[in-house]
Design a binder for this molecule. Sequence first.
Ligand code: PYC
Length: 322
Amino acid sequence: MKSMYGLPDPIPKEIEVIDSHTGGEPTRIVISGWPQPPGATMLERREYLRRHHDRLRAAVVCEPRGHNAIVGGLLTPPIDAESMAGIIFFNDVGYLGMCGHGLIGLVETLRFMGKISHGKVRVDTPAGAVSADLGEDGKVTISNVPSYLYQKEISIEVPESGKIQGDVAYSGNWFFLVDNPMGELSLSNLDFLMSSSKAIRQALMEAGIHGPDNEVIDHIEFYGPPTIPGADSKNFVLCPGNAYDRSCCGTGTSAKMACLFAKGKLKPGEIWTQESITGSIFEGWLEQQGDRIIPYIRASAHVVSRASLFFDLGDEFCWGIE
Ligand code: PYC
């Protein structure tokens, strides 16, 4: 498909989406109107979107049609014969490898559309194939990509906070996980949590700390004691842009379990109950795969709207406010 200035040709006039939330975190699945990106792999398709359709990404998730906490997902045909579909997740600033809450939202969206009923579904993502199981009780269990602790207890100097120690882990996205972030993990402390986590992300970049192939560590996770009885921990996750995850973050909970496993603090099959900053819960457990883990996350999602997004070339904010 030929493209002009980050837009397909012809430019879509209308895109249909279904919105859901998983533990409070919104997902907007594009179900029609966005031309399919070519590519033999999900990574090639994601790169095509980045180069040729990026203004559509912003138009779909950013204001005035959305806001910076929305994670969008473009459904594509599968790559692998065993998969039902492909999905490319994106947000207010770019594209994700995987998205746990988004995959749970996708499964509920496919159920809402009548495309699946209970049972297993396999989906291709840029981070690899993942699967999900929709239970009779409506809860979705996803199994994420192989995840691991990459660097343990590294220290960085952060302006205004001083020396901060954390772990770098991969779980479909790159995370820096910090215990005890010097402030209460609550919504009433959100300004501090946002500013201190953004300062840490900036400090990691300036210190040249990244993944093994220069990947940016764009998710920062704080964790501390839970407030809900029965939970193991409460977290706060800064997403790549200027938003925090309202849910426990599926890849964030996976990264946390990868660190616990590597430190001998969580064994295969043991349940990890994660509380989010908004008080929602994800249940997790892991399977060992060599020195990595396959994380499992269980939660439910709810469809909240089905909408048509319109694109009027005379509208000065047609392509979103980034
Ligand atoms: O649930 O993995 C997740 C996620 C990533 C960014 C926002 N949510």
